[in-house]
Design a protein. Structure first.
Length: 202
């Protein structure tokens, strides 16, 4: 039987401003601003006051009427996207990647402004792999750990995409992947700072 209503609530922490118009979401916080166009998703988003512990708090109501099994999954998708945006403008997003090699050392050259990273000598090849960062993401070389890159920004989607593109650029071709383990891999995912308490959904 088709579910009549699928609904999620996302609480807005103090210090964060959320604006929704035509399903274009703008979220401002202590670390900056993120704008995402979610008009391709068939959900209803509305800013409302929700009563929690006898107090009215700002929240985003996300819901869909008469959604099929696959369509109603969009409600949780939007809930997760907005939650990641709020965490980004309050705490920031930081990924650490390690360059792993057995014989041929991988040379990573990072731009001074952190806009791109170039990889050379991967498996002894001469081809230079250049990964350009998305807006809202910067890359730098870690000074404490050898062969480690740090990707940071306020937009988790942009930061994780830069890491994924760097990992996918390390293509070993027809070699045995059980033996040739060279590449760039995500080591950890962290927050830049703990400015706000964790986001909870009610």
């Amino acid at each position: 039987m088709r579910q009549t209503l699928t609904e999620e609530w996302l609480m807005i922490p103090a210090g964060v401003t959320v604006t929704i118009k035509d399903r274009i979401c703008t979220i401002k916080g202590p670390r900056g601003q993120i704008v995402k166009n979610l008009s391709h998703l068939q959900v209803e988003m509305r800013l409302m006051d929700k009563k929690v512990n006898n107090k009215l708090e700002k929240a985003v109501r996300i819901r869909m009427w008469f959604g099929s099994y696959k369509l109603k999954c969009q409600v949780k998708t939007v809930h997760t996207l907005l939650g990641n945006m709020i965490r980004g403008v309050t705490q920031g997003c930081l990924y650490k990647m390690r360059l792993v090699y057995a014989h041929f050392p991988i040379n990573a050259i990072v731009a001074k402004d952190g806009s791109y990273v170039e990889m050379k000598n991967f498996l002894g090849g001469r081809h230079v792999k250049k990964i350009v960062m998305q807006p809202g993401c910067k890359v730098r070389t870690c000074t404490e750990v050898k062969d480690q890159l740090i990707f940071e920004g306020i937009d988790k989607e942009a930061v994780s995409l830069g890491c994924a593109q760097l990992t996918q650029s390390c293509f070993i071709g027809t070699k045995d992947e059980r033996k040739f383990l060279d590449g760039a891999f995500v080591r950890s995912e962290e927050h830049t700072s703990e400015l706000q308490s964790p986001i909870t959904s009610r």
